[in-house]
Design a protein around this ligand. Structure first.
Ligand SMILES: Nc1nc2c(c(=O)[nH]1)N[C@H]1C(S)=C(S)[C@@H](COP(=O)(O)O)O[C@H]1N2
Ligand SMILES: [Mo]
Length: 513
């Protein structure tokens, strides 16, 4: 007896086929073209296509887990499409199988249009589509009620799957596929070879050292340390799969409105006198009180020397830096040439750049948000004009120039329940390249009290601050605001991150008993 399979079985068949296809695609990607996995390709395309508000929401809700959230979202979408493919195949064969195949080609299209697509980029998605499609076709065939019919086929039963065959086949395909996805996902951060090359690197000693003064770190429990350890440094980028660049293959091209085009290799760069500088990096998406900000001791070479060698023409006012994966940032030329520590960085807190933070070379420019200056995996500097070129986020509605706003944050007390009486309130304040002149704290609507500022290496970094303050029992709100060295007081007016950075005072609620 041959019977059309039930709706539930058809939905499951679609899911099993999709998981099998995804697994096959991930395995092939891992073997031949790691950056073109179907998930990564579709995810990267979605990241580039997503409107600004979606990026805002993703970062606000998921913070630096936004990429994991995106992959989960894609998986859910995939499952929904898979269920639909199963049901359509049951009702109107072969359209479910055709739909599954088309999905593979969508992935392939996304993969080959990436800036850093390799030659084989389309293959993993095509394979995923073919397996998904064949899977839907096989699993949604009518089943025979009698398992024996499949073993001793009668004329009508050859095309039909036995019930047991259906269950074994679809569950087996799903389990193998899920295993393959998991296997591929664990190897996703960086290939062993680039990791090994990085681990074996010894960076040259700096020709100029940056000294962190004693007393820059107040050592208060719960307060962000003056230097953010690399493993705790926030990470924000559009790279679903981190670019893996062997320094031996790295080079930087400087071109555009210059008298002489330059190309710099890794060996060229390391042969130059490298300088240390301590700079605070901040993300424009950081909400008031947020932690998308960090400070590191960077090792690198001043970009202005290279621009001088190339001979910047008078009409230029911007440098468009480009990452290996196609991301771009537009930095005001002035910020790269006015003498501040705008560098091509190779080292971070004494180590080669972590792969996630731009290995082997990134830009660091004091005073500008990351999207406008801090290009990781940088391979190209085009000297140009703001009225001629647009950068990745400028194209998506963020302001062209990204000076970091005056901000401050309360880190301590961490807990909302505190003992009444004298309490240490502490935090950080920053406006890199302008500098912090003071921080004030108040309880509820009380008078502002001046906090004590810690020291800092320069005005290019945040400063820690602290203040013992008397908190009577009951529920209270602590608020802080910073004063800049330019004489500005941090504004109370709350503004969201888009289009040029959040603004407003940071408050925390406490209950003293
Ligand atoms: N290649 C590349 N570089 C990039 C980005 C990116 O998406 N791709 N994001 C920028 C943004 S928005 C920020 S805030 C900083 C963050 O640097 P971090 O991840 O090392 O903290 O990197 C910048 N450099
Ligand atoms: Mo950012």
């Amino acid at each position: 007896m041959e019977a059309r399979i039930g709706r539930g079985a058809a939905a499951w068949a679609g899911i099993a086929a999709a998981i099998a296809g995804a697994g096959a695609g991930e395995i092939l990607a891992a073997l031949v073209a790691p950056r073109s996995s179907p998930f990564a390709a579709i995810g990267s395309a979605l990241i580039d296509a997503a409107p600004t508000w979606a990026k805002d929401v993703a970062i606000a809700v998921f913070g630096t887990n936004d990429k994991l959230a995106l992959l989960v979202l894609i998986a859910i979408m995939l499952l929904a499409v898979a269920v639909a493919a199963g049901l359509v195949q049951r009702a109107r064969p072969p359209w479910g199988a055709v739909g599954a195949g088309i999905l593979g080609f969508v992935g392939a299209a996304a993969a080959i249009t990436r800036a850093d697509a390799d030659a084989l980029a389309a293959l993993p998605s095509v394979l995923a589509g073919v397996i998904g499609s064949v899977g839907v076709w096989i699993f949604v065939r009518p089943t025979t009620a009698d398992p024996a019919a499949a073993v001793t086929p009668s004329a009508g039963a050859t095309a039909a799957l036995s019930r047991r065959g259906f269950v074994l086949g679809s569950v087996g395909a799903a389990v193998i596929g899920a295993g393959a996805v998991a296997w591929a996902a664990t190897g996703r951060t960086a290939s062993a070879s680039v990791r090994a090359i990085r681990d074996g690197l010894r960076l040259p000693t700096a020709a100029r050292i940056a000294n962190v003064p004693a007393g820059a770190d107040l050592g208060i429990d719960g307060l962000a340390p003056y230097l953010t350890p690399n493993r705790d440094f926030y990470r924000i980028d559009t790279a679903l799969i981190v670019p893996e660049i062997d320094p031996a293959d790295w080079s930087l091209r400087i071109h555009g409105l210059v008298d002489r085009e330059l190309t710099l290799t890794w060996d060229d760069l390391l042969a130059l006198p490298l300088e240390e500088s301590v700079t605070t990096l901040a993300c424009v998406s950081n909400p008031v009180g947020g932690d998308l900000v960090g400070t590191a001791r960077w090792l690198g070479y001043p970009i202005h020397h290279l621009l001088t060698d190339a001979g910047v023409q008078g009409s230029a006012d911007m440098v468009l830096s480009r990452s290996h994966d196609g991301f771009t940032a537009g930095t005001p030329l002035e910020a790269l040439t006015d003498g501040r520590n705008a560098i091509l960085a190779v080292g971070m807190n004494g180590d080669p750049l972590p792969i996630q933070h731009g290995f082997p070379v990134r830009m660091v420019v004091p005073g500008l948000y990351g999207y406008a200056s801090a290009t990781k995996w940088v391979v190209d500097l085009e000297v140009t004009r703001f009225d001629q070129a647009r950068a990745y986020w400028t194209d998506r509605g963020w302001s062209a120039r990204g000076p970091i706003k005056l901000q401050s944050r309360i880190d301590v007390p961490r807990s909302t329940d505190i003992a009444a009486g004298e309490t240490i309130v502490a935090g950080i304040a920053w406006q890199p390249h302008t500098g912090i002149a003071g921080v004030e704290v108040r309880v509820d609507e009380g008078t502002w009290q001046r906090a004590e500022l810690a020291r800092a290496t320069s005005d290019d970094t945040w400063v820690q601050w602290s203040l013992p303050i008397d908190i009577p029992s009951g529920a209270h709100t602590l608020t802080c605001r910073a004063l800049s060295r330019r004489g500005q007081t941090q504004s109370a007016t709350q503004l969201p991150p888009a289009p040029d950075g959040a603004q407003g005072w940071h408050s925390v609620g406490v209950t003293a008993a």
